[in-house]
Design a protein around this ligand. Structure first.
Ligand SMILES: [Zn+2]
Ligand SMILES: [Zn+2]
Length: 359
């Protein structure tokens, strides 16, 4: 089978690998269809250990060579348990937790101290076949390859929105219009919240309208504060969710959230910068982190993706064939108009341009 292997920082080779064989007890063999490239994939590809340490991905530094890819939309090739039919469309919850650390004991398996992530700590979806534990495989119904691959970033969003506690009629501000930010807007809208999405790239900001969010590309702090106060009868936002990891965004969030409000930080980042801690005390804010998601939340994301599939299919995405996987990883941070860069695993290479097209 063909697979894309990250052999060293910024080096990807696409070559034949031994296929995983027949599934044993508790295993399912899958054929990945589309695989999303995420910010964390780019950190691993870049060898950016600083961004990875202290996160769910820590310990992944010496993990190369690796078949990357944890945002996996796939179809079932063989499930010996008979739970899943051949050809059934599924998504993969990529987290394997230890079951014995204090976070696992508390039910927060998403923040397990010895997390092993498919596509990070063990081989992932950028291959024509993958074997995974059946417990990780979730049905997605008759959705497109892209929507199946978007279930994973949507699951990260579902957890962040659960952390925020936002409910019907609440007014939220979301920073960052990538796949997680869009998923947050979707999950907030699904709960009946009013959402403002902030992203300097027009296409990403406007994609928020798919879920009924208001959108702005204006990140100027003063104007943003005016706008939020205007929309909230002078109170400030009930919740601010940051899917950027940019320190200045956190400081702006402290400024525009209401007294007694909630700020949720989702972005994976190695940068640091000044924040104004006095605002946290004076406004008695709750500042919460959010990492990955639980198995129940992944199932909920698959259900949400099914209900919102036609809107998710209209997101601006960029798709590369498997042979251009290295290019996809290198370009993922430089596609400001795309909400997600994906690899079409079943497409080996881009079609040769016909002579009349190359003129
Ligand atoms: Zn991801
Ligand atoms: Zn654990």
């Amino acid at each position: 089978m063909r697979a894309a292997i990250t052999t060293a920082p910024r080096e990807v080779v696409v070559r034949d690998l031994e296929p995983p064989g027949s599934p044993g007890r508790g295993e399912v063999l899958l054929r990945p269809l589309a695989v999303g490239i995420c910010g964390s994939d780019v950190h691993l590809y870049d060898g950016d250990d600083a961004a990875l340490s202290g996160s769910a991905l820590s310990g992944s530094g010496p993990g190369l060579p690796r078949v990357q890819g944890h945002e996996i939309g796939a179809e079932v090739m063989h499930d010996p348990s008979g739970r899943l039919a051949v050809g059934e469309r599924v998504a993969v919850w990529p987290l394997l937790s230890c079951g014995s650390c204090h976070m696992c004991a508390a039910g927060a398996v998403n923040a397990c101290l010895q997390l092993s992530i498919i596509g990070v700590h063990r081989d992932g979806g950028l291959a024509e076949q993958i074997m995974v534990p059946g417990s990780q495989v979730v049905r997605v119904g008759a959705v497109s390859d892209v929507v199946a691959a978007l279930v994973e970033p949507l699951s990260v969003a579902v957890h962040a929105v659960a952390r925020s506690g936002v409910g019907d009629g609440d007014r939220a501000v979301v920073f960052g219009g990538g796949a997680v930010g869009q998923g947050i807007c979707l999950a907030l809208a699904d709960r009946g919240a009013e959402v403002l999405l902030v992203d300097p790239a027009r296409a990403r900001a406007e994609a928020g309208e798919l879920w009924g969010a208001s959108a702005t590309t204006d990140t100027d702090r003063e104007r943003l504060r005016e706008r939020v106060l205007d929309r909230t009868d002078g109170r400030g936002a009930d919740a601010v969710l940051d899917a950027t990891g940019v320190p200045a965004v956190l400081d702006t969030a402290l400024d525009i959230v209401r007294v007694g409000g909630v700020v949720v930080v989702v972005g994976l980042s190695s940068s640091s910068g000044p924040v104004h801690p006095g605002a946290i005390a004076a406004k008695e804010l709750s500042i919460l982190g959010s990492s990955c998601c639980t198995g129940e939340e992944f199932v909920r994301a698959a259900e949400l993706a099914g209900r919102w599939a036609s809107a998710l299919d209209r997101l601006p995405v960029v798709r590369h064939p498997l042979d251009q996987c290295g290019h996809a990883l290198a370009m993922a941070h430089r596609a400001p108009d795309a909400v997600k860069v994906l690899v079409d695993v079943t497409v080996a290479s881009a079609p040769e341009p016909r002579p009349e097209e190359s003129v």
